[in-house]
Design a protein around this ligand. Structure first.
Ligand code: CMC
Length: 429
């Protein structure tokens, strides 16, 4: 928690002055502590979408939306994307420090040991209707995991729960893809790393064995690292809110997955590719798309653009854009969708509407192009985001459970409905 300074703010209501303390975070972020506001004044604050509301203090992720800064546990995202692996970054997020070699190795062994999914769960995967969206399947199956793997209680075992989830969610993601194609599942292998295993479980086949490529494995690691955590976004807030009722870890994460699915949040990576494909197929001009995005009478938005916190270029999008060029040149050759994305960006960044509204590409604008190049089908894009965000959700859930000031989430409202009136008997209506 940030230091409580002697600084305070005063609020005057009907001539009476109230004083509220100010909280300052380690990076100088300031908040007015209004926990006693209603008790002292009878007023509540009104902040739809919580754009000005701090719901917790957290030591996991720091963002500066004006400067385009993102750090996990103090380490810049650029350094993690260049030097770390997803498994190491997950350890950092959950435990608060980088692992020693011994800790990392122990983690790897535990991840491998928990990579299988109970055979009785296969029947569920097989019986979802073929057209089911993988995010719906994943959210349901993560919730169901609790029945198959009752939570472990003591300190050491809670780490096992976390690794169990990180390992199994990846296995389940690959399984749901195989089932959706009517193909036999591929089991995880102990000799492969986390990302290698995922690719192998997705794409290996008896007729065409999957050949691992270190650049693809690296691209997947970077993709997952970039999605690791993003402080109090919609899905993380969902995990904390649902978790605040002291529900089990699996149920809280399942709520996060459901929240991430939406096209304004994690579902934007799928929506971007669908938008770019549509532009490509139908030969829509860039100017037409930009005009449509600006039209207030048209619900269309430029997907992959804009962010609640970033008012400049999303630092994750910068890394993702560079990776597109690298991955495409190495693996799959030019992608017309990347050309369209770059043209859209160029026009949008000089258009007064986008400039005035501070709308820049976010992580989802280029991530789908990387995933396409790796071979991931479009309807699995948001599942990939979920695999990446899992360590973030887990670390935020853990932090909330350990927070001595934690309370059940229960916002207030301003009631705007009818005033009291009498019930009318059915015969008189
Ligand atoms: N295209 C056109 N106009 C936009 C866009 C966009 N993508 N995003 C925001 N605006 C406009 C919006 O119409 C509004 O204009 P005005 O003030 O004139 O009415 C203004 O910008 C502010 O928009 P808002 O919806 O109030 O902003 P928000 O902070 O509530 O929403 C957002 C943020 C991400 C939901 C929104 O920018 C959006 O819908 N973007 C497209 C979807 C998308 O790419 N989502 C992925 C976000 S990053 C991944 C993640 O972490 O979730």
């Amino acid at each position: 928690m940030g230091q409580k300074m002697t600084d305070s703010v005063t609020l005057t209501i009907d001539g009476k002055t109230y004083t509220f303390p100010v909280i300052i975070g380690t990076e100088g972020e300031k908040a007015i502590d209004i926990t006693r506001l209603r008790q002292e004044t009878g007023f509540i604050t009104f902040d739809p979408g919580f754009g000005n509301t701090g719901s917790c203090s957290s030591s996991i992720t720091f963002m500066n939306g004006e400067k385009g800064v993102l750090r996990y546990r103090g380490i810049p995202i650029e350094q993690l994307a260049e030097k770390s692996t997803f498994v190491e970054t997950a350890y950092l997020l959950i435990n608060g420090h980088l692992p020693s070699l011994e800790e990392l190795n122990r983690n790897r062994v535990m991840l491998n040991d928990s990579s299988l999914v109970h055979e009785d769960m296969h029947i569920f995967f097989q019986n979802f209707p073929k057209a089911s969206h993988p995010m719906g399947i994943l959210s349901s199956m993560v919730n169901a995991l609790r029945s198959f793997y009752p939570e472990l209680k003591d300190e050491d075992n809670i780490t096992k729960d976390f690794l169990n989830l990180i390992s199994k969610v990846r296995t389940m993601a690959a399984m749901s893809y195989r089932f959706s194609k009517g193909e036999k599942i591929v089991y995880p292998r102990h000799d492969l790393t986390y990302c290698e295993n995922f690719l192998n479980m997705m794409f290996d086949s008896p007729v065409r064995p999957y050949v691992l490529d270190e650049d693809i494995v690296r691209a997947l690691n970077v993709f997952l690292i970039l999605h690791g955590d993003h402080e109090q976004n919609c899905s993380t807030a969902a995990v904390r809110v649902v978790g605040s009722g002291r529900v089990n870890l699996y149920a809280a994460i399942s709520a996060g997955i459901a929240a991430l699915w939406g096209p304004l949040h994690g579902g934007a990576n799928q929506a971007v590719i669908e938008m770019l494909t549509d532009i490509h197929k139908n030969g829509v001009s860039i100017d037409e798309v930009i005009k449509k995005a600006k039209d207030k009478n048209d619900p269309f938005r430029l997907m992959g653009f804009g962010h609640r916190v970033y008012k400049t270029y999303d630092p994750r999008a910068k890394i993702m854009k560079k990776m597109c060029d690298k991955v495409l040149s190495k693996i799959s050759g030019p992608d017309p969708l990347l050309d369209i994305a770059k043209q859209l960006e160029e026009v949008a960044l000089t258009d007064p509407y986008f400039v005035d509204h501070n709308l820049y590409p976010n992580v989802d604008f280029y991530s789908g192009i990387v995933l396409r190049a790796i071979g991931i089908p479009t309807n699995m894009f948001t599942v990939m985001f979920a695999i990446g965000r899992l360590p973030g959700w887990i670390s935020q859930w853990k932090e909330s459970m350990e927070d001595p000031n934690w309370k059940i989430s229960r916002p207030r409202q301003i009631y705007t409905g009818l005033s009291e009136h009498d019930y009318v008997e059915l015969k008189d209506r």
